[in-house]
Design a protein around this ligand. Sequence first.
Ligand code: CUA
Length: 363
Amino acid sequence: MKKSKHFIAVIVLIGIATGLFYIIFSVMFRLPVAASAEAGPIDVLFNAHYWIISFLFALILVIMFYSAAVFRRRPGDDTDGPHIHGHTGLEVGWTILPTLAVVGMGIWAAVILNDVTSPKANEMVIGVEAGQWFWRFHYPEQEEVTSAELVLPVNQPVVLEMEANDVLHSFWVPEFRVKQDLVPGQTTWLRFTPTLVGEYKVRCAEICGTGHAQMLADVRVVSDADFVAWVEESTQQVEFAELSDVERGQVWYAEYACNSCHTVDGTATVGPTWLDLYGSEELLTDGTTVVVNDEYITHSILEPNAQIVAGFNPNIMPQNFGELFAQREGEVLASQGVEVDIIEEIIAYIEALPVEELEDLNE
Ligand code: CUA
């Protein structure tokens, strides 16, 4: 076969292999639905990378296998192969072309990064607080609503002002494509515009301890009308006078994010489940046992590191609940004239489990 025919054969094979690899990569690394304005240019960049990777992979594999198959040694041929001392043109080419390609992709990516991170007109500010292991969202422009789920009006540009309580965490909603670390002691920002009504999850993308994998929060992108309704609902005060101790306990369970570590359905996560906990006998890490009663639970809330149940880790539960509760009890007394005892009501809730979920606390 003539030299030019080998070239044509190799070029055709590279073309076919590039297409095949592109299809395989697109299936293997399929991206989730694109739900933000930023996802558009980022996906174009992803797609360009898939094409380039497919081409390079095909270039190497096709030339390698073609040479091995077509130019293999025939039986009885004991002669040496041609001696090659290098090819200056080729070497200059494979230095310059990849350099241009990499620098070009870098510039393109920088332009897109600059575009998606620059401030937009009429951004809505939302505060994000992350800690081991919870997410909390704060809406300074919506009467200081605080929420465990992130609710966003569709097509409204948002800027997240993010702070970490303890260690590094990372805010990541794959459908929005953008991602940003939260760093203790400094504020970081993340901008995006959700474009698709739906339910998503924010997941922590920075390993942050034993509860890292469970550090999820719901994200809901809703219509403007639904957002207004949600804000209205969230700003209504819980009427503590109308609630029983068990119901109040249930309110605290959600408000203080106890639910991020303690389930009420019997599954153990980073902390013991609360179901069937009251009155049970627990083995502690020091080998002694305790009966779970009012005294033990009170002690465990105020000094979480003092008595750790075997199989669980210390330094996970916040140490300042005593302080937070006293402050909140004062607030409720001042605003509603109701005397609440948060620890007592949480204990009442634990004792009463299983309890049906409270629907619409605000009605
Ligand atoms: Cu927070 Cu991983």
